[in-house]
Write a protein that binds this ligand. Structure first.
Ligand code: GN1
Ligand code: MG
Length: 358
């Protein structure tokens, strides 16, 4: 799909519209992403429009990326960290007609798959996200700014859910009856989290916070992990965010949009590969408390995503794009089925974790 982009955006980076091929790519729900191929260069670029109703202070993204890039360049100069390309005026983002844009180098000979085709991809992706946290283990996470306040705070997400429930019309509550009782029945996940959250050895770390498979670049031929991308939500968080979201998105063959619940099955080889890949980087760094919470990380993130979809349904579907009115409810059902799969296989999963911790 060729697109009509405001030429000022390209001019901010020194390109002219007539000489640049622009294609919209990616399937993220939040930002718009384009591939730019300037005729004057071999290189290609990724241009992104930042969704400012979600990222209310884009400057905090720029601040975090600068701080992390400086640290990594100094301490781990060989690590590939995708930094934004500055505008011709040396700004980290282009601010045009109240919209923020940023340009990133496109990494050739890589793929960013939408779905996993082999367990090796889970291993490589988990290793890449684990590596980022490992390299930033000594970096002071407190110096980063939250780019979305309380993003993976389950207490906040639960409160947003109960607020939306209290304000929702009776017909919506009626339609969502089963999902509402599921949400309430799983509140123990929140209580369990709160029973751990104040432990001293449950630190805030630098988390990516969006570890889906399309946010990793893999070598086109070998599938080896090259680097992670989509860095807007890098900010302080608990380790359960990254590992948990990998469990949420790598273990089942279908996505959160699948409506046939019979297809939502846990794939043990992908679980094993994810845990192995993550621990290959993080085993020596995780604390005892964190190690206890490895399997819980999946439950935490799946439950939180179910609450977020349900909250959005109850509030009129304003956050996640939908293609039919009850899509967010279907996503909730999907997530609870996945959570169920994790729970019924718990013993075996815990066994795999323990094998990989020795
Ligand atoms: C959003 O746009 P995308 O797919 O990168 C969301 C994630 C959710 C995900 C669910 C900033 O991510 O937290 O897990 O949708 N990102 C934001 O599909 O809210
Ligand atoms: Mg994202």
């Amino acid at each position: 799909m060729e697109l009509n982009l405001d030429s000022e955006v390209l001019e901010a980076y020194g390109y002219a519209k007539e000489n640049t091929k622009i294609t919209q790519i990616g399937t993220g729900l939040i930002n718009r992403t384009y591939l730019l191929s300037p005729q004057s260069e071999e290189k290609k670029y990724i241009l992104q429009n930042i969704n400012t109703s979600v990222f209310k202070s884009p400057l905090s993204i720029a601040h975090n990326l600068r701080a992390i890039a400086d640290y990594l360049t100094f301490n781990f100069p060989d690590y590939l960290f995708i930094k934004p390309v500055p505008t011709v005026k040396s700004e980290e983002m282009a601010h045009i007609h109240h919209e923020y844009w940023r340009l990133l180098p496109f990494v050739p000979n890589t793929i960013s798959p939408e779905v996993l085709a082999y367990p090796k991809q889970a291993y490589e992706a988990a290793k890449q996200f684990g590596k980022l946290s490992r390299l930033l283990d000594k970096f002071d996470a407190k110096t980063l700014q939250p780019t979305i306040a309380g993003f993976h705070d389950l207490n906040l997400r639960y409160k947003q859910f109960t607020d939306a429930l209290n304000q929702a019309e009776e017909t919506l509550r009626e339609t969502a009856k089963t999902q509402l009782s599921d949400a309430l029945a799983h509140q123990y996940i929140l209580d369990y989290y709160n029973s751990y959250s104040h432990r001293n050895d449950f630190p805030d770390r630098v988390m990516h916070h969006d570890t889906k498979i399309s946010n990793v670049l893999l070598d086109r031929e070998t599938n080896e992990g090259i680097c992670v991308i989509d860095l807007d939500t890098i900010m302080p968080g608990k380790f359960i965010s990254d590992l948990g979201d990998m469990m949420r998105t790598y273990l089942c063959a279908c996505s959160e949009n699948e409506t046939d619940l019979d297809k939502i099955k846990l794939r043990l080889p992908y679980f094993e590969a994810t845990v192995k890949g993550y621990l290959s980087e993080m085993k020596g760094i995780l604390t005892e408390t964190e190690k206890e919470l490895i399997l819980f990380s999946g439950k935490y993130m799946i439950y939180m995503q179910a609450l977020r979809f349900l909250t959005d349904f109850l509030s009129g579907n304003t956050y996640y794009p939908i293609s039919y009115p009850t899509q967010n409810l279907d996503r909730v059902k999907n997530q609870f089925k996945l959570l169920h799969e994790l729970s019924v296989n718990e013993k075996e999963l815990q066994g795999i974790i323990e094998e990989n911790l020795v």
